[in-house]
Design a binder for this molecule. Structure first.
Ligand code: NAD
Length: 524
């Protein structure tokens, strides 16, 4: 057995490694760097920035925890922080005392970027080590399907043939189709990650995951951030309570968030002055006169505008379906992605598609699971992967995370449910950590009686599979979804994912001992 995988993002490279582990020969084709968007210009570099922002916020709050940057007995500034970085405000901080030194902490943004590159490089070389396998051939170039079994790789043109092909070509940032939406200098997440300074003012279009993560990070770094969102709530597809509370929390930090606002046009303005953020200390050429942008939007019938030095467009991502030669193999697709069945098989039986290119769930971990499902199908193996249960996390401060159904989704599907809430302010560890902002909302089924699931025969491969069919489909109290924001939400969500995937009830959860004092006790 031999397979060709197009794209070495997390979906592609993890599938290649697993295929080789099973003794399958793999040709992995990548036009850019291994690791794809996630590792090179997405999740990982963003998390490095998030971590710097987090450290900064902790240092800012240090005095609340009894950490002094001055020697109270000596009565002079010790400047533990300021000593490290040549700081333009050291003198004034010393004058004003420790409080000022902690509030105005300089950021060496060059070093932040350098660390980002180091982390990406380290992980990329880790992936290369894993791909260093006699069964995996990594080809650098752009692959185009020639037919149902072969691809041509440019350039120089080379042809490769295999029993099966898996397309894992990812996605790209959606353009903003409004007047001025293509002005030079407008940024997507890719350019934002490469920016060489902290903008004084930053306007972000789109309060989805990308928009909010950058809003949170650059707010900490010192930018004045305005987020403009088309829908009536931030993170439009998420639980409305969570979205509301997270918005309040981010607003409290000074991020201006405007919802129900349709961006109409963007134009250049001259003379936007880069604000004197701490992070810009010592950055040359930020003395005003730089062009900025005017973002015009309509909200509640009024035309309003935001002026900002930089604009980040974060209005979603489009599957990379163009230029792949999908028609040559009879693979059906649209601008929304390649059509696949439950086994990630396309309309051409020898071709599979996984990850962002399917337009399903644009998350790295979803792509990895989809790759495993495709591989299992190729190998004729059944699996227990539940592709409908994909946890998600938003790395704002505080973090947000979700898994399973929201109350609204239950209502749409006619599932009787109730929500159970608990708050981090009642959690001992969160109080000790000084991070009490946040809550957990658990959505559980309300059923009069337990009705067993039915075993039905699936149409595609004839194998028996337990499916929830008619009648009350859940056990009373069965956990259907969990939505939280607060400290370490992205890690905490895994417990609920495990419980939901095993059809656990709230009673089952209460029967599990949680170590004390831990944040996970919030679930109890
Ligand atoms: P998104 O779909 O999550 O959010 C886009 C937002 O832009 C939506 O809220 C939408 O209503 C809004 N919008 C669209 N057009 C607009 C307009 N003209 N004016 C104002 N608002 C507008 O997309 P994203 O944030 O760009 O992220 C892309 C994908 O990458 C998502 O699938 C996301 O899940 C994924 N991603 C995940 C993570 C993570 O897991 N932490 C991080 C980054 C990206």
């Amino acid at each position: 057995m031999k397979i060709i995988i197009i794209g070495a993002g997390p979906g592609g490279y993890e599938t290649a490694i697993e295929a080789a582990r099973r003794g399958i020969e793999v040709i992995l084709i990548e036009a850019g760097n291994v690791g794809g968007t996630c590792l090179n210009e997405g999740c990982i570099p963003t998390k490095v920035l998030c971590r710097s922002a987090e450290v900064l916020e902790e240092v800012r709050a240090a005095e609340d925890f009894g950490i002094c940057f001055t020697d109270p007995l000596a009565g002079h500034a010790d400047m533990a922080v300021d000593k490290e970085c040549a700081c333009d405000n050291a003198e004034s901080a010393a004058r004003e005392g420790s409080g000022a030194s902690v509030r105005r902490i300089p950021i060496d943004f060059g070093k932040v970027r350098q660390r980002k590159s180091q982390v990406v490089e380290q992980l990329r070389s880790g992936v290369m080590t894993l791909l260093d396998n006699r069964l995996i051939t990594l080809i650098h170039g752009r692959a185009v399907l020639k037919d149902a079994h072969s691809v041509t790789v440019y350039s120089p043109a080379m042809e490769y043939t295999a029993d099966r092909i898996i397309v894992a070509s990812g996605s790209h940032a959606s353009p903003l189709r409004i007047p001025g939406g293509d002005l030079p200098g407008l940024m997507t997440s890719r350019e934002m990650l490469e920016t060489d300074h902290v903008p004084g003012t930053l306007c972000i279009i789109g309060a989805g995951v990308i928009g909010l993560e950058f809003a949170s990070v650059f707010n900490s770094f010192g930018s004045r951030v305005t987020v403009i969102e088309y829908c009536g709530q931030i993170l439009p597809r998420s639980d409305s309570d969570l979205a509301k509370r997270l918005k309040q929390s981010l607003s409290k930090r000074g991020i201006e968030i405007i919802v129900s606002a349709a961006v109409k046009s963007i134009s250049h303005v001259r003379g936007t002055v880069a604000e004197d953020t701490d992070a810009n200390a010592g950055v040359s050429g930020r003395d005003g006169g730089e062009p900025g942008y005017r973002v015009e939007y309509e909200c509640k019938g009024k035309i309003l505008a935001v002026t900002a030095e930089k604009v980040l467009v974060a209005v979603g991502r489009c599957p990379n379906v163009e230029g792949l030669g999908l028609d040559n193999a009879g693979v059906k697709y649209s601008a929304k992605g390649i059509s696949v069945d439950d086994n990630m098989q396309t309309s051409c039986p020898t071709v599979y598609a996984i990850g962002d290119v399917t337009g399903k769930v644009m998350l790295a971990h979803a792509a990895v699971s989809q790759g495993l499902r495709a591989l299992n199908h190729i190998c004729g193996q059944s699996d227990r992967i539940d592709l409908s249960l994909v946890p998600s996390a938003v790395f704002t401060m505080p973090e947000a995370a979700s898994v399973g159904l929201t109350e609204d989704e239950c209502r749409e599907r006619g599932i009787a449910c109730k929500a159970v809430k608990s708050f981090f302010r009642a959690n001992g560890k969160a109080v000790a950590m000084g991070q009490t902002d946040g809550f957990v909302k658990t959505v559980v089924a309300v059923c009069p009686a337990d009705v067993p699931d039915k075993t039905v025969v699936t149409e595609s491969d004839g194998s028996p599979r337990t499916e929830r069919t008619d009648g009350p489909r859940f056990r009373d109290g069965q956990i259907l979804g969990c939505h939280l924001f607060g400290p370490h939400a992205s890690d905490l969500i895994s417990e609920m994912t495990a419980l939901i995937s095993r059809h656990a009830t709230l009673e089952d959860l209460r029967g599990i001992i949680h170590a004390h004092p831990t944040l996970s006790e919030v679930f109890r």
